[in-house]
Design a protein around this ligand. Structure first.
Ligand code: HEM
Length: 175
């Protein structure tokens, strides 16, 4: 029973010969998002969203917590990789004309995901060291709430919509 399940779902599901890297970018964007989520939850245990204490709390993560430096680095570099993946995913769909009927709403929900990914990047940039001069205009607690709750929740919602619709129509070039 378990063996049958593993064989039908994993070991007998070989990667098709013609699959290109561009065709994997939607799935890889999701993997990048999950990595940001995991490393972000780790950082939440230590980061203090205060203009005077934020730097010291991040210094503590990098120097006193085991592997803290690695998790902090992955969380800082990951967004650049993720944005590259989301853009490659989008350009493949644009150049192949996959956004046409019946996939208009896949495209619209995807565009919302791109905007939310960029807002996530910008709020993260404002929270990082050296970019905190804006706190007199927008309080750090507001930026932090957006970064750890508001935007991720909205992304979860749009991803749910995106995947539901992909499931309904099936993918454009079946594996
Ligand atoms: C966080 C960002 C995103 C994630 C995690 C994501 C994830 C995915 C996944 C896993 C699929 C199914 C597999 C595939 O065809 O690649 C998919 C399909 C699709 N995505 Fe996205 N996506 C994102 C952003 C976007 C953007 C920015 C657009 C366009 C503006 C877009 C438009 C589409 C369309 C039209 C499909 C259907 C493709 C087909 O039927 O083959 N997505 N997405």
């Amino acid at each position: 029973m378990v063996r049958e399940l593993i064989e039908t779902n994993i070991t007998r599901r070989l990667i098709p010969k013609g699959l290109s890297w561009f065709g994997c970018m939607g799935g890889l964007s999701l993997v990048a998002f999950m990595i940001q989520l995991g490393t972000g939850v780790f950082l939440m245990f230590y980061f203090i969203p205060s203009a005077t204490e934020a730097d010291a709390s991040i210094q503590k993560v990098s120097h006193s917590i085991p592997y803290g430096w690695l998790i902090h680095r992955v969380h800082a570099v990951g967004p650049h990789v993720m944005i590259g993946m989301v853009l490659s995913h989008m350009f493949r769909i644009l150049f192949k004309g996959i956004y046409r009927h019946p996939r208009e709403l896949h495209w619209v929900s995807g565009a919302c995901l791109l905007i939310l990914t960029l807002v996530m990047y910008y709020t993260g940039y404002l929270l990082s060291a050296g970019n905190r001069s804006n706190y007199s205009v927008i309080p750090i607690t507001f930026i932090y709430a957006l970064h750890i709750a508001g935007i991720p929740l909205a992304m979860g919602l749009f991803m749910g919509m995106h995947f539901f619709m992909v499931r309904k129509t099936g993918i454009y070039e079946p594996l």
